[in-house]
Design a binder for this molecule. Sequence first.
Ligand code: E4P
Length: 218
Amino acid sequence: MKFFIDTANLDQIREANDLGVLDGVTTNPSLMAKENIRGEENIKKHYVDICNIVKGDVSAEVIATDYEGMIREGKELAALHPQIVVKVPCTKDGIKAIKYFTDNGIRTNCTLVFSVGQALLAAKAGATYVSPFIGRLDDISTDGVELIRKIVDVYNYYEFGTQVLAASIRHTMHIIQCLEAGADVATCPLNAILGLLKHPLTDIGLEKFLADYKKVNG
Ligand code: E4P
């Protein structure tokens, strides 16, 4: 399972990358706005900065909602750096654009996916990744992790090559549940990643080891 961090914050990306277990980054227009990255050139520079920190894939989302605009923007984003994966919303024009990008060797992440039907179209169009948003489904009393499980089953049954990238992960337990559901990738906030480390028995055990060492070594 691959681990992506879901942020446009360079410090958090560096911190996660320093752990040595980071496989990539996802961003979206809201995450970029949160960091106050504005203007086409600054936005592009920010994507390149992210690519220079991590080794893996970096999702950069198109803003256009029409087919021609998505193609133009997607080509520009893909040309920024070989690690860029063009993130495209799961709309009619988005699916058409993903098919175009697939046919032209540009990798894609189909975003804003909330159903198996949408995931099917993303896979048929050849998306590299599909991003079901589990937290946003949980927010409306629908089981987000169950959607991951269903998409994984369908993709495995029909042998689609699209990787299931669990997105909108809100906490550590979501990561574990996505792992159990068979997601190929989990994109997580830094806190959720760090939460995986936490166990009181680890803290107690370490304290005891150090105390015992001190007893005999001074
Ligand atoms: C990442 O690819 C998604 O855009 C992101 O995980 C959405 O998360 P949110 O639902 O917490 O905004």
